[in-house]
Design a protein around this ligand. Structure first.
Ligand SMILES: NC(=O)c1ccc[n+]([C@@H]2O[C@H](COP(=O)([O-])OP(=O)(O)OC[C@H]3O[C@@H](n4cnc5c(N)ncnc54)[C@H](O)[C@@H]3O)[C@@H](O)[C@H]2O)c1
Length: 341
């Protein structure tokens, strides 16, 4: 049996990431049967023979769907997610789950009350690099883990291109953490625990957004792991040439993992394990939004068919809340430290 999806939000990510994911080979037992956007132009872009709606609420009420995929932006997700849950639909919601931690808490509580299947799309959990780190960590090569660090630096398709308004929209909501929220999730995905403390400083690069386009965070999980994250959507954003970094280091009493990727110079990621029991270097080719979302879709259907106890990798609403909480605390602290709060 196929799980029938309605996709709400055919913006940049809806068109380039989510919509093509339904045609990926890994997207087994899923079918896109309806789409929705408030923009008729975006609806007209859709070529598949699916039902089209200008209202998410109408789509939820009328379309032949089992699940709703929400990709409208974190400031507009809430009412659509709640309407879908009220109608008994399964829901996948793009990160960030909500505009505030309070809103994310509310959604997570509603998910529990509804009993509906729910996932937040932290698709980087499915990337081959993340899966390798997860395996090496679970095999105990690092011993007791004390720190994890990330650099996630890119330009979000530049501040002067035709997608600059979209970049501005995302930056005005969550700044550099629109993308860096993936790393806040990855820390917990790899090492467990919940956020206990968060401190941060921001840099604005002359841009006029409230949340900082670049943020440096030091945080602590309640399992005593210390996390650091440099997250930027301002890295080479004002110049033509591209440069980007996507690095992760994990350090324990018995070894370390260092994963490095220069996003401008090529697509491969170099991952090294240096530990008492094993030393290894692995080169991992670049994945993509659609291929990772396809794996999420397939896993989501599997849990829908086999029941909620089915083991899965996807992020729950609680995971979405934890990432939102860390995001909000970091932005608030960065604003306070910059005298902007
Ligand atoms: N998982 C990832 O790695 C990843 C990557 C990129 C973006 N995203 C997330 O996806 C979300 C969307 O990002 P985007 O770049 O596509 O934004 P966008 O602004 O380009 O697109 C949003 C779309 O939603 C539509 N929309 C807005 N309100 C609506 C409503 N009430 N009903 C129906 N449609 C509505 C808009 O018309 C627009 O087409 C954001 O939360 C973003 O953070 C996730």
């Amino acid at each position: 049996m196929e799980m029938r999806f309605g996709l709400v939000g055919l913006g940049y990510h809806g068109q380039h990431g989510v919509y093509p994911a339904f045609d990926e080979p890994d997207a087994k037992d899923v079918k896109l049967t309806a789409v929705c956007d408030v923009s008729q132009t975006n609806l007209d872009w859709v070529q598949k023979p699916v039902e089209k709606y200008l209202s998410a609420f109408e789509m939820i009420a009328k379309a032949p769907i089992d699940a709703v995929y929400v990709a409208v932006g974190c400031d507009r997700s809430r009412e659509i997610v709640l309407a879908a849950l009220a109608a008994g639909k399964a829901v996948i919601c793009e990160k960030p789950l909500a505009a505030t931690a309070e809103e994310a808490r509310f959604i997570a509580d509603e998910v529990r009350r509804s009993g509906c299947l729910f996932a937040v799309n932290f698709e980087t959990r499915y990337g081959r690099r993340m899966q390798l780190l997860k395996r090496w960590i679970s095999e105990g090569y690092l011993g007791e883990i004390h720190t994890i660090g990330f650099d996630k630096m890119w330009d979000c398709h530049k501040s002067f291109t035709d997608t600059a308004p979209r970049r501005a929209r995302l930056l005005s909501l969550t700044g550099g953490l629109d993308c860096g929220i993936h790393q806040l999730d990855q820390a917990r995905f790899l090492l467990g625990g919940n956020w206990e403390k968060i401190h941060a400083m921001g840099a604005w690069f002359g841009e006029d957004f409230t949340p900082p386009p670049h943020i440096s965070i030091v945080g602590k999980l309640d399992n005593n792991v210390v996390m650091s994250l440099n997250a930027s959507l301002a890295f080479t954003s004002n110049i033509e040439p591209r440069e980007g970094l996507d690095n992760v280091t994990v350090a324990g009493t018995e070894g370390v993992i260092a994963a490095r990727k220069l996003t401008s110079a090529g697509t491969d990621s170099e991952v090294t394990l240096t530990s008492r029991r094993r030393c290894e270097k692995v080169i991992i080719p670049q994945g993509g939004h659609s291929s990772d979302i396809a794996i999420l879709l397939a896993e989501f259907v599997k849990v829908w068919k086999n029941g909620p106890e089915t083991p899965h990798t996807f992020a729950s609403a609680e995971d979405g809340y934890q990432a939102q909480l860390a995001t909000e605390l970091a932005i608030q602290d960065a604003l306070k430290n910059a005298g902007k709060a």
